[in-house]
Design a protein around this ligand. Sequence first.
Ligand SMILES: *[C@@H]1O[C@H](CO)[C@@H](O)[C@H](O)[C@H]1NC(C)=O
Ligand SMILES: *[C@@H]1O[C@H](CO)[C@@H](O)[C@H](O)[C@H]1NC(C)=O
Ligand SMILES: *[C@@H]1O[C@H](CO)[C@@H](O)[C@H](O)[C@H]1NC(C)=O
Ligand SMILES: *[C@@H]1O[C@H](CO)[C@@H](O)[C@H](O)[C@H]1NC(C)=O
Ligand SMILES: *[C@@H]1O[C@H](CO)[C@@H](O)[C@H](O)[C@H]1NC(C)=O
Length: 455
Amino acid sequence: MGILPAAFPVAAAAAVVVAVLFFSTLVSSPCLALTSHEVAAITRRQLANLERHGAHVHIGIDIKVKVSNPRLAAAHRALRALREALYSDPGNFTGNWAGPDVCSYNGVRCVPSLDNSSASTVAALDMNAADVAGYLPREIGLLSDLAVLHLNSNRFCGVIPEEVKDMAQLYELDVSNNRLVGPFPDAVLRVPRLSYLDIRFNGFEGPIPPELFLKPYDAIFLNNNRFTSGIPDTIGRSTASVIVLANNDLGGCIPATIGQAAATLDQFVFINNSLTGCLPVESGLLANATVFDVSHNLLAGSIPTTLDGLAKVEQLDLSHNTFTGIVPGSVCELPALTNLSVSHNFLAGEDAGCNALLAAKRDKSFEDEANCMGDTRPMQKSSGECAPVVSHPVDCAMTKPCGWPASSEKLAHSPPPPIASPPPAAPPPTHEAVILPPIYTSKYQSPPPPQFAGY
Ligand SMILES: *[C@@H]1O[C@H](CO)[C@@H](O)[C@H](O)[C@H]1NC(C)=O
Ligand SMILES: *[C@@H]1O[C@H](CO)[C@@H](O)[C@H](O)[C@H]1NC(C)=O
Ligand SMILES: *[C@@H]1O[C@H](CO)[C@@H](O)[C@H](O)[C@H]1NC(C)=O
Ligand SMILES: *[C@@H]1O[C@H](CO)[C@@H](O)[C@H](O)[C@H]1NC(C)=O
Ligand SMILES: *[C@@H]1O[C@H](CO)[C@@H](O)[C@H](O)[C@H]1NC(C)=O
């Protein structure tokens, strides 16, 4: 990433035209969550937009505005359509989106075009945290020179239109922290130059397409959606440095193919996904990973001793699973380790190799509470809690290796995207309930968690 800086200067207002916002009564109540009725209304408008124009992208051209550069003329149409698709703009973010000078619009960044340095093209649109509500019109595909699209922390509803595939230069797509719904947006897989895909904190549901992991992306953030149906075993072929699947309901197990991603995988965050089965021994092949987090799942069996292959791991979180057996000393002794958590499992003890880590409290963190280590360690589970699990440990040597699909009934088709009707009412997450993945050292910082109830 990093073609362009993440924050663009706010352009000065150019030709000022009175802003006629739709449903302007709502503008007076900023930061309000959308009701499900409003979400349905916006989504119906998107559906009408998708239907009305049939196969052709068309928007009435404002004959009063002449944009001579044809690329900017197309961008002008796209931005006009986007502005018209807004239901609420409480911060007047698009207030100056009028007139021919699209490069002066708030959030728009132009650069000289590659083939003609005296002609400008729209290279980035940054509407992060603008708090607008609306839908994404299909005309967004007209932004064919756009490299960076940041729509993080708004209230976009409905689906991602197919036309995103026409964004031939799009490199970074961040629609995180909105109210988008539907199945995994397959159209993004056809964006030819995409490298950074961030759709976290939305309402996407159903299976993750196996094809996703065959794309040459550098970062894949799918966390905090409603994805189900297991982790495709194509994940081993991913070239991404960051894969964050946390807080979905994927189920199934971690594919043994994961080890094949060793050359590139840096951060592997699979928190809270109802993952079952054993941690594959191949996990230990991820010798370039710095973050390995499978906490808050239902993983069982012993901690594989092969994890001593995680030569660069700094954050290793195995907590809140049902691991049994002993914490291998070689895992405690991993050279780059700063944070190891094995707490809230059914572990019976720790190898002597862990003593040094226990002693090194100052610059390293080692958590092991709520296990079954009896009196040898503080804050352990009672023997009554431990007995049923510890007496029937899962033998990973006897379990079948994990493949995909996780289970055939989970692959059953998910319901179609709720376009015409209100999307299923998401239980409004409280501020406390939102847990961002612990990307301590990431070059990719998490977006802010949803700020407004009802997101
Ligand atoms: C929104 O911004 C435009 C252009 O900067 C300005 O003319 C208009 O008065 C603003 N509207 C509101 C409601 O603040
Ligand atoms: C380059 O862009 C400028 C400004 O839009 C235009 O006048 C000129 O004709 C273009 N040159 C070429 C070779 O297309
Ligand atoms: C775990 O994921 C589920 C969705 O599968 C979500 O409802 C829940 O809030 C998540 N838990 C935490 C602690 O984030
Ligand atoms: C780790 O990354 C380096 C540098 O890209 C590469 O040479 C090495 O082969 C990778 N390690 C593995 C186990 O693939
Ligand atoms: C370890 O992780 C915790 C969060 O679980 C964090 O607060 C702490 O700073 C980390 N410690 C180190 C040394 O990175």
